[in-house]
Design a protein around this ligand. Structure first.
Ligand code: UN1
Length: 522
């Protein structure tokens, strides 16, 4: 690796016209990462690297012959040891002055930024994310941590003086950590949705046990290395890889005081239920549980802008973002023109190896998702019209599928409401805009939503009626995706969330703390 690299500050917006050096750095690190694939990697428990008794192999979705590495299959004992280590480390970490905690976490964020391209290369190889999105995600992780650092500073450690009854009374409100915090993260944002919540929990004074997704264990190891190299005391951050077992063991462990889960609605709801009944009192659950995100396009929209926004959000990361756009309601007066533009630009998408500069869409994550895509494509072709896509693609031995646009699907079809996590978008025409809004809102999920209209009154109407946590109007770079910490608060409504508070927002960090009121009388 070149040692004297120029610092390039990345956000999803700066990636629109990136510094050419960014490509050089990324390519250099992809070459190195490819050459080093296939190693055996441990877990991180109590400040030590521990090999599990069993291992599992992780293959790349880009080419199923490519072994990313062999990873520890964490057992219940490993999880219980990690929780015990976190519990033992908690009192000292809690009592560490918050400014000192911030300097540890600032080091973690800086290490992530320093290793930006190295980690992004692994994200691409491991989950099939294209280069710009992978680079963006890794830097987003550092920024999620920095955002929480800033929140802690701006709020002076969340110690607030309150009014006093008399001169002798000294009252204040203090936010304090809970204890041991579990983080269960998904494959699609393996860095941001691990480092973001773990960073917040640690800044707040909790200790952490992290269980990453089976499909993204190497990113988790690299992240654990950042926590380790930042010099965090043993037990403060722990990471256990493996299948379902360590995740279940984490949820079953009553020494976990709070948990952040990002993943499916069904798993999120089951964690929520267990957490509220397993112990004598409720414990906090921060959950982000998916979306079925709608876009409404009126006859007053700039259709070109709308088509690009929908295309980017429906097919970015192969449709596997919780924030992906999967339903579009478009005024029948402009539907034909809009559909034509969308189909044209969809057919120009370059699908292939995500580490290649021109590739927009990499493979789908694994064999199960690949087979599910085929099943969805069949069902959609049976009942609706597949305007483009609907097929798997023969590109080497990878899990490649075509971006798919579907029209004329009956209103009562299950795939109008089921989250597919695949590059499939379904179009519906409307004559009455109130009907379109009803359809957009009628499901249990409410994560993101988009709107296209150049009419100010229509925009106000949309903003006051839509039931979603993250909404975008006339955004060409993404109709429903691409929130950045500090720019967009990212969190859902209804079944998409547990708390109604978003990540990368003013209100996020407070969720990792509980309030204590102090009254001291002279
Ligand atoms: C997710 O898809 O699980 O706004 C999170 C976005 C990303 C976050 C997506 N920042 O698309």
């Amino acid at each position: 690796m070149t040692t004297d690299r120029k610092h390039i500050k990345v956000t999803y917006s700066s990636l629109g016209s990136p510094d050419p050096l960014l490509h050089d750095y990324y390519e250099e690190d992809v070459t190195t990462a490819r050459a080093n694939l296939g190693g055996t990697y441990p877990m991180y428990i109590n400040g030590e690297w521990r090999d599990g008794e069993k291992t599992f192999a992780k293959y790349s979705p880009i080419d199923t012959n490519l072994v990313i590495g062999h990873f520890s299959h964490g057992s219940r004992q490993d999880v219980d040891d990690a929780v015990a280590a976190a519990k033992a480390a908690y009192p000292t970490w809690r009592d560490t002055p918050w400014l000192e905690r911030l300097s540890y976490l600032r080091r973690v964020a800086d290490l992530i930024s320093e290793r930006l391209f190295q980690m992004a290369a692994v994200v691409s190889l491991e989950v099939g994310k294209n280069r710009l999105e992978a680079i963006g995600e890794v830097e987003e992780t550092a920024d999620l941590i920095r955002y929480c650092i800033q929140a802690m500073e701006e709020n002076d450690g969340f110690i607030k003086q309150l009014a006093s009854e008399t001169e002798k009374h000294h009252n204040r409100s203090v936010l304090k950590p809970y204890g041991v915090w579990g983080v269960i993260s998904p494959f699609n944002f393996p860095c941001a949705l691990s480092g973001g919540p773990a960073g917040a929990a640690l800044i707040a004074g909790n200790t952490v046990v992290h269980k990453p997704a089976d499909d993204a264990p190497l990113t988790a190891v690299l992240l654990a290395q950042c926590f380790h190299d930042a010099g965090l005391p043993p037990g403060v951050y722990n990471m256990v890889t493996g299948g379902d077992e360590p995740g279940k063991a984490l949820v079953a462990n009553n020494d976990i005081d709070g948990i952040t889960f990002t993943g499916s609605y069904d798993v999120g709801m089951s964690i929520l239920r267990k957490f509220s009944t397993q112990t004598g009192y409720m414990r906090p659950v921060i959950a982000e549980m998916g979306g079925k995100n709608p876009v409404i396009i009126t006859k007053n929209a700039n259709l070109e802008k709308a088509a690009y926004g929908v295309m980017r959000s429906a097919f970015g990361l192969t449709g596997q973002k919780c924030s992906a756009c999967s339903r579009v309601y478009v005024d029948n007066e402009v539907k034909e023109v809009f559909t034509q533009i969308l189909v044209d630009i969809t057919e120009k998408i370059k699908v292939g190896d995500p580490t290649e500069r021109e590739t927009f869409m990499g493979p789908i994550i694994n064999g199960t998702a690949y087979r599910a895509y085929r099943r969805y494509a069949r069902e959609l072709a049976d009942q609706g019209d597949v305007l483009t896509g609907g097929t798997t693609l023969e590109i080497g031995d990878g899990y490649y599928v075509a971006p798919t646009v579907v029209d004329n699907l009956p209103d009562n079809h299950a795939l109008w409401t089921e989250e597919m996590f695949a590059p499939i978008v379904v179009l519906g025409g409307y004559d009455d805009i109130d009907e379109a809004m009803k359809k957009a809102n009628h499901i249990d999920l409410g994560l993101t939503a988009g709107f296209y209209s150049e009419d100010k009154a229509e925009i106000d109407w949309f903003l006051s009626h839509i039931e979603a946590g993250v909404v975008y109007v006339n955004r060409e770079s993404g109709a429903t995706t691409g929130a950045w910490p500090g720019y967009q608060a990212f969190g859902g409504w209804k079944g998409s969330t547990g708390s109604g508070k978003a990540a990368g927002s003013y209100y996020y960090l407070q969720q990792y703390m509980r309030e204590q009121s102090h009254t001291i009388v002279d």
